[in-house]
Design a protein around this ligand. Structure first.
Ligand code: SF4
Ligand code: SF4
Length: 261
């Protein structure tokens, strides 16, 4: 009898970067494949989208009616559903269209034949449609996050949702603070850890792609940015990178009741 934990990787609207992070696990992926049965992972050439699995990893946001139907089916077919990456957790780059007053205008500017584009008015996080058991933030996520979560699940441990602030990791690694030394509007004080302080390591300010940390003092950081000379609109734009659109993660059924979707 096969007692391996089964796993599927599903793609929705996205750039495939998080799936590539999985493939980039290298030898860890080979070890993982020995411990789990990969039932569906199109990027790796394994196809069985309808398979019932113990763990589903979902990349991408919901932007079409077909996406909506498919994610509901994926939820039904999965015991434990993990979203991975900014698109799946907050709508991603695609959610920029949620901010447009007239999204149709964007479509016409981008596509020569907009009549062939059949998308929903909004790009939404997966949790706007179905229950999600764990979110892995990042744009893209990294191999360490996936390895840690799968290892914990295989060990029967509830995965730890690391929402510690990025500054903690940045200080641990001894990076020079861009906020203090360069007066850069770094989002590290309110961004969750997970990337290992990648941007500050290279002297760049964090822009918050790993999402909001626990107990984030947003107003305090906003005041700090004000002190750096940022205009209110610039501060708002800086924070909108960490939360592209709060309604992107509001359950769609609730949005519909309010006439927003
Ligand atoms: S560079 Fe950014 S993340 Fe690092 S300590 Fe300074 S504010 Fe925090
Ligand atoms: S430092 Fe910030 S912007 Fe850069 S990868 Fe990490 S969370 Fe994302």
């Amino acid at each position: 009898m096969n007692t391996k934990v089964s796993l599927a990787v599903h793609k929705f609207s996205s750039c495939d970067g998080c799936q590539l992070a999985l493939l980039n696990m290298g030898s860890a992926l080979v070890e993982l494949a020995e411990r789990v049965e990969i039932k569906h992972f199109a990027e790796a050439g394994v196809l069985n989208e309808e398979a019932q699995v113990d763990i589903a990893l979902v990349e991408g946001s919901v932007v079409t009616k077909a996406d909506e139907q498919r994610i509901r089916q994926v939820r039904q077919n999965s015991q434990y559903l993990i979203t991975m990456g900014a698109c799946a957790t907050s709508g991603g780059i695609q959610a920029l269209k949620n901010l447009a007053a007239e999204p149709e205008g964007w479509i016409e500017q981008i596509y020569p034949q907009p009549e062939f584009i059949d998308s929903l008015d909004r790009s939404s996080a997966i949790k706007a449609y179905v229950d999600v058991d764990l979110e892995l933030w990042g744009c893209p996520i990294n191999s360490k996050q996936i390895t840690a979560v799968i290892t914990q699940l295989l060990s029967g441990v509830v995965p730890w949702d690391d929402r510690e602030k990025l500054c903690i990791e940045c200080k641990r690694q001894g990076h020079v603070c861009t906020l203090i030394t360069q007066a850069e509007p770094c989002m590290g004080p309110v961004t969750r850890n997970g990337c290992g302080a990648l941007c500050p390591e290279f002297g760049r300010a964090c822009y918050g792609c790993y999402g909001e940390a626990a107990l984030a003092n947003n107003s305090g950081l906003g005041k700090r940015f004000d002190g750096l000379g940022l205009l209110p609109l610039q501060i708002k734009q800086r924070f909108s990178l960490i939360h592209p659109d709060p309604s992107a993660v509001e359950p769609v059924d609730k949005q519909r009741r309010r006439g927003k979707a």
